[in-house]
Design a protein around this ligand. Structure first.
Ligand code: PRT
Ligand code: MG
Length: 221
């Protein structure tokens, strides 16, 4: 008998928040409230789909290894991930933002800079490396896990590369956004073996998700 059960690895936080209404539209409703539950593995009411909630950077690991059939995470996370042994099948157009460069709005903050390569603080080392290399700018990349915005204020970096949505966080920390490195939205990735063996359940799910997230050309999403 064909296996119809699907495990979907989902990025916790804002991606999960924006995904739940989309899932609801196509009848994938968790058996308990994910926002209040402490469980990380949650069945859905439709019976053959379960959700595993995790950090974004773990989503491609679960999918590549086959611990999850599908995964949903941001394009920023996929660009940073060293592997690519999965199919990227769908852009859900949710949790949209941009990876941008930003510098202090008062450049005199960095009074101690004495020449040398531009110091760039970021969580997005691979993306930043590629961007500055393409521009021919020599940089010293400083890997941080969070709160990149304070790095220039603390004279740790001259510039940062980080996610921007409204831009308010940058402004609040005395920074001005400069260049957009890339636009980001959430993607559905699929395990290679599952795509073959469970095509009969994965393809209809992808089709449903595609129509649930498609933007109406007349305006409303
Ligand atoms: O634990 P970790 O922080 O690694 O990630 P997470 O799994 O907790 O998820 P979460 O909620 O932080 O979401 C991360 C994913 O959501 C990112 O990988 C993006 O794909 C997407 N996303 C969309 C965003 C934003 N918008 C966003 N605005 N991720 C982060 N932000 C942060 C940003 O880092 C900055 O601190 O929001 C701030 C900027 O927002 P504005 O509106 O002030 O510009
Ligand atoms: Mg976060």
């Amino acid at each position: 008998m064909k296996d119809t059960r699907l495990t979907i690895a989902v990025n916790k936080g804002r991606i999960l928040t924006e995904l739940l209404p989309l899932f609801e539209k196509i009848g994938i409703v968790p058996v308990e409230d994910i926002r209040t539950s402490r469980k990380l593995l949650i069945e859905s009411k439709c019976g053959n789909i379960r959700l595993v909630i995790m950090r974004g950077s773990d989503v491609p690991v679960y999918v590549e290894q086959g611990a999850a059939d599908l995964g949903i995470t941001g394009k920023d996370t996929l660009l940073e991930y060293a592997g690519s042994d999965y199919y990227e099948k769908l852009d859900l157009q949710i949790a949209r933002c941009r990876i941008m460069t930003a510098t202090p709005s008062k450049p005199d903050i960095n009074t101690k800079r004495m020449g040398g390569p531009l110091r760039v603080a970021t969580k997005y080392v691979r993306t930043a490396q590629k961007y500055y290399a393409e521009k021919g700018i020599q940089v010293k990349l400083i890997k941080l896990s969070g709160a990149m915005e304070i790095a220039p204020l603390m004279n740790l970096a001259d510039e940062i590369v980080d996610i921007v949505d409204t831009g308010n966080t940058m402004i609040a920390n005395g920074l001005i956004v400069r260049d957009t490195i890339c636009n980001v939205s959430s993607r559905v990735i699929v395990n290679r073996a599952s795509m073959k063996l469970k095509l009969h359940v994965i393809q209809p799910l992808l089709d449903q998700l595609r129509s649930a997230c498609s933007i109406d050309p007349n305006g409303s999403a």
